[in-house]
Design a protein around this ligand. Structure first.
Ligand code: XIL
Length: 330
């Protein structure tokens, strides 16, 4: 059987996944599997503010640098997640950053971090999850410290600072809950498209859309018919598209693991068939490779005590039907 990244490469696609320093440095079997299957690595948490900035004046690149070397030494591309997000901010943030110094902090962060990896990053998630359908604003921008301190222009400022710090990285706007055939996802797609149009019309250097793709199974089945049109509209803006955090939450699927695995694999196949129809899609990244390390495990345990099975490899690192779906699609 061929590794996912090699089959992806023959189609001009990149396949990769997220991992942590802890996983790759402590589990040799996992590190080997990762290097064999993936053509790109993205640190799960190591490039977030909380991990990089123990205090206002200190940057700690130790873990992220180790991961950059791991990627390079195994011939993998490396991508950055994420420069601007309302979550994973350090404890000192709330008492330190204010309206007066916010622009200085944002610029400094981006120039230090994107500058540190300049020339080494395939792409950067410059801004993550800036849209929130719950807010009352017409532009539906999320109520974050950056919005409160700097207004909607914080997004433009971030992309311009990233372009300056690393002119080679592909600059990505990344968001979630855009994938399914639901009214909420349709509303999210509309809001994301409006944001991208606005950024492009101002000459802001956004170059790609990242679609997180945290999908979920449903007892009645799920469909992906609406996303194609959206992807076309995004591509028509001159943007590339990346699937950045693919997994399938099987919380609501039947208890039997084999049945569940088949349902999850079908969702992988149906989703990939919809999105890979769009030539602007350049990469597929899963959010982890093995169920052993899924981020969903500690957050949303199944009532029956069985672990979630959202990823292409099981807890023993054996390929699952979802791996087959990926191997056939990419
Ligand atoms: C998650 C990580 O997987 C967890 O380890 C961490 O505790 C919280 O963040 N969307 C994103 C990612 O953009 O940064 C999130 O990662 C998952 C949802």
């Amino acid at each position: 059987e061929v590794a996912l990244h090699s089959s992806a490469r023959t189609k001009g696609l990149i396949f990769g996944a997220a991992a942590t320093y802890q996983q790759l440095s402590s589990n040799k079997a996992y590190a080997n599997l990762f290097a064999q299957q993936c053509g790109m690595l993205v640190p799960t948490n190591e490039l977030k503010w909380q991990e990089l900035r123990p205090s206002p004046g200190r940057f700690n690149f130790t873990r992220a640098d180790w991961m950059a070397r791991f990627a390079r030494s195994h011939g993998m591309l490396f991508r950055g997640h994420t420069l601007v997000w309302h979550k994973a901010l350090p404890n000192w943030f709330a008492s330190t950053v204010n309206k007066q110094n916010a622009e200085k902090y944002l610029r400094e962060h981006i120039s230090r971090v994107a500058g540190h990896y300049a020339g080494q990053m395939h792409s950067w998630d410059v801004v993550n999850e800036a849209i929130d359908l719950q807010v009352q604003r017409a532009d539906q921008l999320r109520n974050t410290p950056w919005l409160r301190f700097l207004g909607p222009e914080y997004i433009d400022l971030a992309f311009r600072a990233a372009a300056e710090a690393d002119p080679q990285a592909l600059l990505v706007y990344n968001d979630f809950a855009i994938e399914h055939d639901t009214p909420q996802a349709e509303a999210k797609r509309t809001a994301v498209l409006r944001l991208l149009e606005r950024l492009k019309s101002r000459g802001t250097p956004v170059q790609a859309l990242g679609i997180q793709s945290h999908l979920f199974g449903h007892p009645d089945g799920v469909k992906f018919t609406q996303i194609r049109r959206f992807l076309r509209n995004v591509a028509d803006l001159g943007l590339q598209i990346m699937i950045t955090e693919l997994d399938v939450n099987d919380q609501q699927l039947p208890r039997d693991a084999a049945v569940r695995d088949r349902a999850v694999a079908k969702i992988y196949a149906d989703f990939l068939s919809a999105v890979l129809d769009e030539p602007a899609v350049i990469a597929v990244m899963t959010w982890g490779l093995s169920d052993r390390y899924t981020w969903l495990a500690n957050r949303k345990p199944r009532g029956d005590g069985g672990g979630l099975r959202p990823l292409p490899f099981d807890e023993q690192l054996r390929p699952k039907p979802a791996w087959q779906s990926l191997a056939s699609a990419i």
